[in-house]
Design a protein around this ligand. Structure first.
Ligand SMILES: [Zn+2]
Length: 208
């Protein structure tokens, strides 16, 4: 998933603007991480009661249940937000369809964003689609949301944008899985950090 934060992200990681003179490139994940890792921003979820947090999480998982089969079939992401409306009720935005590795959710301007959710399309051995991406984590960081992500293997991840971490909250087969998903080839960590994902992505494609 990619949201508006990406412009700031790009500027921070790749040394555009004033940083150009300070940074020689953006291919070293350790250097990038040092630049990209921002201070903690409190999540909007901190305003909620435990009961409301449970409501948000259940709604997110329900939405992922709705979209994962179609996401696998179409091999593209679907996404949305969960937010608090002006009348203090919690609701999900319209579900939007994205591309194979991106989706830009949208919610009414007067909502307080609480959570994002998106799917990851069909299984492919060349992508780390069983994990959130580092961009996914930054998206929730800048939106002050938590993130819920379903994978081709049917896992559901919860991203803690405030802490720049993610953890599996429901393992493979939790939502509809891709019939082509090969669990024997997958060894997935149950919890990851932003730095870990950056390193994983760098190892997969050093040119990015
Ligand atoms: Zn994602």
């Amino acid at each position: 998933m990619q949201t508006q934060y990406k412009y700031l992200y790009t500027a921070t990681l790749c040394g555009t603007l004033l940083l150009t003179t300070l940074i020689s490139g953006c291919s070293n994940p350790a250097k990038d991480n040092a630049l990209a890792k921002p201070r903690e921003i409190p999540s909007n979820m901190n305003r909620l009661s435990n009961q409301q947090k449970t409501e948000v999480e259940q709604l997110a998982i329900d939405k992922l249940n709705q979209i994962n089969a179609k996401s696998i079939l179409d091999n593209r992401e679907f996404c949305g937000y969960i937010g608090m409306k002006a009348d203090k009720t919690i609701a999900a935005s319209s579900i939007l369809g994205g591309e194979i590795e991106s989706c830009e959710p949208s919610a009414p301007d007067d909502w307080i964003l609480l959570a994002s959710f998106h799917s990851h399309g069909a299984y492919t051995e060349s992508l780390n689609s069983e994990y959130p991406s580092s961009d996914d984590i930054l998206g929730d960081y800048y939106d002050r949301t938590v993130g819920y992500i379903s994978t081709p293997g049917g896992r559901v991840w919860k991203v803690n944008g405030e802490k720049l971490t993610a953890a599996i909250i429901c393992d493979e087969g939790c939502v509809t899985a891709d019939k082509g998903y090969n669990r024997n080839t997958e060894s997935i960590r149950p919890a990851v950090t932003y730095d870990y994902l950056r390193t994983l992505e760098y190892n997969l494609n050093p040119n990015n």
